[in-house]
Ligand binder design. Sequence first.
Ligand SMILES: Cc1cc2nc3c(=O)[nH]c(=O)nc-3n(C[C@H](O)[C@H](O)[C@H](O)COP(=O)(O)OP(=O)(O)OC[C@H]3O[C@@H](n4cnc5c(N)ncnc54)[C@H](O)[C@@H]3O)c2cc1C
Length: 454
Amino acid sequence: MPAAHVTELSRQTPVYGDYEVVVVGGGPAGIAAAIAAGRSGRSTICIERYGFCGGAGTAAGLSTFCGLHAVIYGKHEQVVHGIADDILARLERMDGLNKPHLTIQNQILAQAYDISAFKIAADELLAEANVHMLFHAFATGVVMASGNRIEAVLVETKSGRFAIRGRIFVDGSGDGDLAAWAGVPYEVGDGAGNMLYPSTMFRINGVDPEKAGRAWELVPKLMEEAEQRGRTFPRKKPIVRPQRNPIEWRANLTQIKNPNGTAVSGIDARELSYGEVEGRKQCWDVFQFIKENTPGFGQAYIVEIAPQIGIRETRRVLGEYVLTEADILGCRDFPDTIGVQGWPVEAHIKGDVKFVFAPKDSRGFNAIPYRIIVPQKVDNLLVAGRCASMSHEGQSSARVSGPCFIMGQAAGTAADLALGANVAPRKLDVAALQRRLLADGANLGASVGAVASS
Ligand SMILES: Cc1cc2nc3c(=O)[nH]c(=O)nc-3n(C[C@H](O)[C@H](O)[C@H](O)COP(=O)(O)OP(=O)(O)OC[C@H]3O[C@@H](n4cnc5c(N)ncnc54)[C@H](O)[C@@H]3O)c2cc1C
């Protein structure tokens, strides 16, 4: 019987560089964190495993910003500002941004963008903030200076393995990789092992927009009727919508399950490999149905299946506070707010998507407390984005792009202030952070200075 392990030799790892702020991951959270730290004048590196930024927003083919808007006493308003505005303005200038559209049974606004434009907008804004980008670098571990301080992150690249030393680290990996390696406690799923189900996204080109009309309403109906006749689809509530140029449409309608019906895990290499193949198979199958049955789609083709399966949830790193569904639906305020968001709880459960909105007569948004990006145990780490400290249900809402921009901007800014004051991020003067975020255009809601019960 061959041994289950091999022994690696200990090795000396060359140092790629020393930075004040090291950000792992170039998704919405990582982009905003790196821009904020770079703009503050901190030497900043952003480590990204792919050759472009955008995270799920590009690599998983989303092409829509959710969570920038809220419904405030019945009125739709953009509530996420700051670096999010700079990204929107850059996309607009590139003619890569749609006007916001109503989604989820016309209940809330989302805003579509061109994926290539987003990649370039991120490149430009990061370069203007003097962020050093290290692409094609997969972070694989950390070297600890002590039990509660990270000294360096280890990366594998085409030119070998490097250590990147930093003073403050931001985990924007979406999966809480850095935090997990550093020994921060985390949770996965709902406690019974169920994570939100992933989806593989694809885009369709060659649509005749005139004939297609409002096919985003027709396709779900056609699918429902076909299901009644015995046809099966991966999940209910399909989203098929036009892009900036209406000959191109995006499709979000797959659901990637393991053979035993559980959600494919984004932190399990075997399941991910299975999921990629299964996702592409589903895309092809559902596309044939759309092509054959939807007016305007007869000459259409799949222009791209997203480079990777879209992972909604893996590790949620435990921080100083855990944001819950009750906080979201109760439109809660927090004295340490770093921004506000109003996306509903969007739970991708087996075979379906369940949406829960804050009550219609409510102000429609909740504050995001600074404490959810401050992890337990490790002193020179911040965790921003979908892997921040949220319950399974809370994350089902605050994982989308809008709140990820908020958390990222706050993490980069907090890193700067913590370095300036020579304190750990958990000891930061939150009022000073809030003043800086406001000065940098963020919207903290009405709750600054308000006394909340948490
Ligand atoms: C199918 C699907 C559809 C969605 N639809 C929408 C939508 O329409 N609108 C919306 O706003 N949100 C949507 N979301 C939610 C979306 O995931 C989040 O909005 C957002 O992308 C999360 O941002 P993040 O920066 O936390 O993580 P991610 O976007 O996951 O980015 C993490 C980044 O870190 C990099 N990375 C990870 N690990 C490492 C490592 N070890 N080393 C180096 N780099 C690493 C990744 O390559 C990636 O670039 C959807 C999600 C999925 C899966």
